[in-house]
Design a binder for this molecule. Structure first.
Ligand code: HEC
Length: 209
């Protein structure tokens, strides 16, 4: 309720809100804005990691660990170990010697640590077959919570993968895929180069698990 008063000041009628009401209002308004801003910030913060990020037409494959098939584990000397997953149609095509169908998906999930123990997740990289020509893949990079991995130049993914001469159709780990088809178990490979440097020989299965 706004209280109004009317006073006579030297013949001048002054109409207005009471001092108290003005004071209360002047404090309430910024407080409401301030609280509103906090609520908005909290909602934005909560929404952000839950938002379905889409990169190159690829959204984060939330259930990839259960929906896709884990066919390999690759350890490297730089403190990273990666699980590799493929959709069933990749496995079927590799088994039957057929081209990888459009829509097929491969995922590589990186963890800090080694085969002795995993200390935390680093990122999740995804590739999805776009059309039937060779090396026609879209690439996407996500954080473990599904948000987009920042500062990633995705053209580099394509560049490196299309040179996957030891693999097939941009798939570096094709030998591991075939190993999975033969044994029914995810193969293990130790690549002695750090980062994303491709191992030049086929997977080294000497330290299988
Ligand atoms: C410099 C080369 C290089 C770059 C750049 C690179 N990768 Fe790879 N990627 C590899 C190698 C080599 C493997 C095989 C696994 C291993 O050795 O760790 C691999 C494996 C994969 C796999 C599993 C299927 C396969 O080919 O074996 C996916 C999916 C993948 N990478 C996605 C990406 C995405 C997305 C990016 C960009 C954000 C990317 N890669 C950048 C070299 C690269």
């Amino acid at each position: 309720m706004i209280a109004f008063y009317s006073v006579k000041l030297g013949g001048l009628n002054v109409y207005g809100e009471s001092c108290v009401t003005k004071m209360v209002k002047s404090r309430i308004t910024p407080t409401i804005f301030f609280l509103g801003a906090i609520v908005l910030a909290v909602v934005a913060f909560w929404l952000e990691p839950h938002q379905k990020a889409v990169v190159n037409g690829i959204s984060f494959p939330t259930d990839f660990q259960t929906q896709l098939i884990k066919y390999a584990v690759v350890e490297r000397p730089d403190g990273l170990i990666r699980d590799e997953f493929a959709s069933q149609d990749v496995i079927d095509a590799a088994r039957d010697g057929k081209p990888i169908p459009v829509g097929s998906m491969l995922v590589i999930q990186a963890f800090y640590g080694s085969s002795l123990g995993r200390l935390g997740q680093q990122n999740v990289h995804v590739m999805v077959k776009q059309n039937s020509s060779d090396n026609a893949w879209a690439f996407a990079a996500f954080n473990p919570d599904g948000s987009v991995e920042p500062n990633m130049d995705l053209s580099v993914c394509k560049q490196c993968h299309s040179s996957a001469v030891i693999g097939r159709d941009s798939i570096f780990s094709f030998a591991l895929l075939q190993n999975f088809i033969t044994t029914g178990k995810p193969g293990f490979a130790y690549c002695s180069f750090p980062a994303r440097i491709p191992c030049t020989s086929d997977a080294d299965f000497s330290r299988g698990r």
